[in-house]
Design a protein around this ligand. Structure first.
Ligand SMILES: Nc1nc2c(c(=O)[nH]1)N[C@H]1C(S)=C(S)[C@@H](COP(=O)(O)O)O[C@H]1N2
Ligand SMILES: [Mo]
Length: 321
């Protein structure tokens, strides 16, 4: 079942699911590991790693020989619930999103908080192109040439303090511009978060464009996160707020379905979504019709294990899903 179908479920079905999850969590509390009951819970904390990724190692993740997804598929098959829950909705409905002027408010555990315009925010970093895979939890994936700036370069400028253990991101939630906001599909605004070491990792990226063109609204203009080793819903779009926090921040999908969407959400073929397997994906790429896209095995960390696996050393990734 897709998120869209989930959204259309009668509330009784959702209630059953919620009760089932709550029961599972309760059982977890009595199981051998106390951690089990905390997985997916916003209060659970895991210390950040101190892993250092060499620039060579990082750069090896920026490119791929895999066939690219066509521009028309990248820009017409989207998840952006603020503009509707159907994948064809955002490319039509998001045209009205005004992306200029655009301000981002940065706050929380940092020495230099403040609200800055988009150009000012990006000033600290040199734009570059990176070809990254995007893997949706619904079982499809794309290979996209993005333009943007390393997330770490932008964050460092605000001088996060030693209390900044996490970074929280928020999407614009403007009823006037976003027709999907009137449906309570999500507890708006859309929110996401990363542990600080994940956010500072050289693969984490703030995208401003794709295929050498400015980012289309449906893809999250003017500024969206790309975290290539995590499921697509972590890649929050049209960001207006960044906050450094000491506690694990709430995230939109985790709040909605804590048993299905954990905080980490690393791509993991060995952890099934409760209602479907995550072992394979439909790769939407090349010239063929996307309905007949080839099914390929899903790789741990979406194929970026060499670069990011060390971030999770010692963590049980079945618990911290
Ligand atoms: N604000 C916001 N960000 C979002 C979403 C959303 O609904 N709202 N959907 C997420 C999901 S589920 C996916 S798979 C990707 C899709 O990105 P794309 O449309 O550029 O392919 O965006 C993510 N970011
Ligand atoms: Mo997704």
């Amino acid at each position: 079942m897709s998120k869209r179908q989930l959204f259309k479920l009668p509330s009784s079905a959702v209630t059953d699911e919620t009760v089932y999850r709550a029961r599972r969590r309760l059982l977890g509390a009595f199981a051998v590991s106390p951690m089990l009951s905390l997985a997916g819970c916003a209060d659970a904390e895991v210390p950040p790693s101190t892993v250092v990724v060499t620039p060579e190692q990082a750069r090896s993740g920026f490119r791929t020989r895999e066939p690219l997804t066509r521009y028309e598929d990248v820009t017409s098959y989207n998840n952006f619930y603020e503009f509707g829950t159907d994948k064809s909705d955002p490319s039509r409905a998001a045209k009205t999103l005004r992306t200029s002027p655009w301000n981002v408010a940065v706050s929380g555990e940092c020495a230099k908080p403040g609200t800055v315009g988009l150009e000012d925010l990006l000033r600290a970093a040199t734009p570059e192109e990176r070809i990254y895979r995007l893997r949706c939890v619904e079982g499809w994936s794309m290979v996209i040439p993005w333009q943007g700036v390393p997330l770490s370069a932008v964050l460092k400028r605000f001088e996060p303090t030693s209390k900044a253990k996490y970074v929280a991101f928020t999407t614009l939630a403007d009823r006037a511009q976003m027709p999907g906001i009137r449906y309570r599909s999500i507890d708006w605004p859309y929110r996401e978060g990363l542990r600080i070491d994940e956010a500072m990792h050289p693969l984490a990226f703030l995208a401003t464009g794709l295929y050498g063109k400015p980012l289309p609204q449906q893809n999250g203009a003017p500024l969206r996160l790309v975290v290539p080793w995590k499921y697509g819903f972590k890649s929050i779009k049209s960001i207006v707020e960044i906050r450094f926090t000491e506690r694990m921040p709430p995230t939109a999908w985790n709040r909605l379905q804590p048993g299905e969407y954990g905080f980490y959400s690393n791509v993991n073929p060995d952890v099934d979504h409760p209602r479907w397997s995550q072992k394979t994906e439909r790769r939407i790429a090349g010239t063929g019709n996307r309905l007949f896209a080839e099914r390929i095995p899903t790789l741990p960390f979406n194929g970026y294990g060499e670069q990011v696996a060390a971030l999770y050393a010692g963590m049980d990734l079945k618990k911290w899903y």
